[in-house]
Design a protein around this ligand. Structure first.
Ligand SMILES: Nc1ncnc2c1ncn2[C@@H]1O[C@H](COP(=O)(O)OP(=O)(O)OP(=O)(O)O)[C@@H](O)[C@H]1O
Ligand SMILES: [Mg+2]
Length: 157
């Protein structure tokens, strides 16, 4: 487990982090996005998917729970938001196991997930940041597991 902190002063910084992450993602990877309501999880997920899949119109999957995309390199990409899931039994039908076997998974509100299911995992916790003096700034705390450990320092932002 390795950690790193990245300040995101504005939306452009979130977009840059998303692009940097997209360039490193490969099949078998998971990115977990944690943080309170409005912390910037979907913003970051959109930036990743825009760069990874070439898709600009990324809806928040709050109601569908998961949304499927295809990476420009050809592997499947699942974007999920488990905020509305109350019990882990609801996860079975989502096909998460297959999704991370064949491709990459980007998950908001991953609290109910079993981490063993996604060992090559980058956990990102987003917080509102008051220390920088920039209104709206966010702080991203990145925790790398498995295959992400060696890549953490290569995230070029
Ligand atoms: N790095 C940033 N700097 C400034 N504002 C940001 C940043 N990231 C996101 N925002 C703003 O915060 C708002 C909420 O972001 P977003 O919808 O991504 O949050 P979320 O964590 O997905 O929230 P929810 O849990 O409600 O789905 C966005 O409208 C965006 O304008
Ligand atoms: Mg969201």
């Amino acid at each position: 487990m390795t950690t790193r902190t990245i300040l995101l002063p504005d939306m452009a910084a979130s977009a840059r982090l998303g692009a940097a992450l997209a360039s490193l993602i490969r099949p078998g990877d998971a990115i977990w996005l944690t943080g309170s309501l409005g912390a910037g999880k979907t913003t970051l997920a959109r930036a990743i998917i825009a760069n990874l899949c070439g898709v600009e119109d990324v809806p928040s999957p709050t109601y569908t729970l998961v949304q499927s995309y295809e990476a420009l390199e050809g592997f499947p990409v699942m974007h999920g938001d488990l905020y509305r899931v109350e019990d882990a039994s609801e996860l079975i039908e989502l096909g998460l196991e297959e999704a991370v076997e064949d491709g990459a998974v980007i998950m908001e509100w991953p609290g109910l997930l079993d981490p063993r299911l996604m060992p090559d995992r980058l956990e990102i916790t987003l917080d509102f940041d008051g220390s920088s003096g920039q209104e709206g700034a966010r702080m991203a705390r990145l925790t790398a597991h498995g295959g992400w450990e060696a890549r953490l320092e290569r995230i070029a932002v």
